[in-house]
Structure formats: structure tokens, C-alpha cells
Design a protein around this ligand. Structure first.
Ligand SMILES: N[C@@H](CCC(=O)N[C@@H](CS)C(=O)NCC(=O)O)C(=O)O
Length: 219
């Protein structure tokens, strides 16, 4: 009997989405429970030493940290999302880390309290996407077959679907390979279905509540 998997989730968390996308790509059934990160329940803090989502419950054991969850699924489930070659696999792990740094910059962008701080974060992000633009090949995916790097960047680009409705901040402008990659990721069923139907409305109200520079465009 394979273990029962439960993904402890938050509705907006991009790191949770990584795990959901990998599980969908591998056709692995799993349950999902949601926690309120603004009011963390005791059972969640017991499971999650860092108090963060995602946690993957494997029967009665708990794995935390999304990159570790992805590696566990690679080791235990079919349909590999990592390349077979060790050097290429190491490169992919490095770009996954880059994806986490981009998520940190996105959080910095939507939390920036004033225009100069916002502009600085937008510039940092534009430089990171320029780096990706020069690294990407012919597509449609990051590097050959659909991989964990694609899994990580699907939730990254999802933020821009909402940002684009708020304003034009020039972060992805003039980057045709990034644009094509974003489009391919947005159409991938595993990525589309990694969130609930109310995701965008939830993200919008979260962004308004930040009371940040970005929020000022939303009133
Ligand atoms: N390095 C972690 C990051 C996870 C993370 O930052 N999760 C956020 C939500 S997206 C969280 O739980 N934040 C709550 C907190 O830090 O208190 C991973 O890859 O799983």
C-alpha cells in the first residue's frame, strides 16, 4: 500500500503550488488541507518546525521545505521531473534556488512601502528575468522536457497575471523567451489546477491589505 499523502497548504503560497504541480505531473493522488498562516493552529506548528507551508504528510510523518518535498517525490514516484544526467540535475537544482530568490524579490516588491523601494525591487526582478532570458533555449520549457524548474516558475509567473492588471512595471518587458515560457507554463494543466478558483481574488485582497506602494495602485 503506498502511503497516504496530505499536502498542508495555504491558498496563495507559491511553494505549496510546486508540490501540487509535481504530484499532478506524477498522477499521484493526495489530500489537501489549508491553514491560516495569520493564525497558525497548534497541530500545524507541531508538524512544521519553521511554521511554514508546505508540509507533506506521508502517513503520520511530515516533510517540510518544498525543495525537499520535490526531491522526495522524485525518489519515490514515477514520471521523473529531474533530468537523468547528474550535472544537468545539479544545474536544475541551482535554478530552483534562483526561483526561490525571485519569489523573495516578488515579496519585497509587493511589500515595498514607498516608490524608491518599489523601483529598486522592480529593477532587481528585471535583472533576474534578463538573466533567465539569456539562459533560455528554444523552449517551450526551461531545458528540454518539462522539469522541476518549470514547476517552480509556473507559480512565479502567476503573480504577474495579477500585477499586469494593476499596472505596467516593466519587469518582464522586452524578454520574448521569458514571455513564451510564461505562456507555455500558464497553459500546462498541472500548473493551472494547482490553485483554487478564487486565487486571484484572494491575491488581490492580500495585496490591498499590505498597505504597500503597490496597494496604492489598487484603490
Ligand atoms: N523555504 C520554504 C519557504 C516556504 C514559505 O516561505 N512559506 C510561506 C508561505 S508561501 C509561509 O509559510 N510563511 C509563514 C511564515 O513564515 O510565518 C519552502 O521552500 O518550503
Amino acid at each position: 500500500m503506498p502511503p497516504t499523502l496530505t499536502l498542508v497548504s495555504h491558498h496563495l503560497c507559491p511553494y505549496v503550488q510546486r508540490a501540487a504541480i509535481s504530484l499532478a505531473e506524477k498522477s499521484v493522488p493526495f489530500d489537501r488541507v489549508y491553514v491560516d498562516l495569520a493564525d497558525k493552529p497548534a497541530w500545524f506548528l507541531d508538524l512544521s518546525p519553521l511554521g511554514k507551508t508546505p508540509v507533506l504528510k506521508v502517513d503520520d510523518r511530515a516533510i517540510f521545505e518544498s525543495a525537499v518535498i520535490l526531491e522526495y517525490l522524485e525518489e519515490t514516484r514515477p514520471h521523473p521531473l529531474h533530468p537523468a544526467d547528474p550535472l544537468q540535475r545539479a544545474e536544475h537544482r541551482a535554478w530552483i534556488e534562483f526561483g526561490s530568490a525571485v519569489l523573495g524579490d516578488i515579496a519585497g516588491l509587493y511589500s515595498a512601502k514607498n516608490e524608491p523601494a518599489f523601483a529598486a525591487k522592480a529593477e532587481t526582478l528585471a535583472a533576474k528575468f534578463a538573466r533567465l532570458e539569456s539562459h533560455l533555449g528554444d523552449g517551450p520549457w526551461f531545458d528540454g522536457d518539462f522539469s522541476l524548474v518549470d514547476t517552480v516558475f509556473g507559480p512565479v509567473f502567476r503573480y504577474f497575471d495579477v500585477f499586469d492588471r494593476i499596472g505596467e512595471f516593466g519587469i518582464l518587458a522586452g524578454k520574448p523567451k521569458v514571455a513564451a515560457w510564461r505562456k507555455a507554463l500558464a497553459a500546462r494543466p498541472s500548473i493551472r489546477h494547482a490553485i483554487g478558483a478564487d486565487y486571484e481574488a484572494r491575491l488581490e485582497s492580500f495585496l490591498i491589505q499590505r498597505n504597500s506602494h503597490l496597494s496604492t495602485f489598487m484603490h
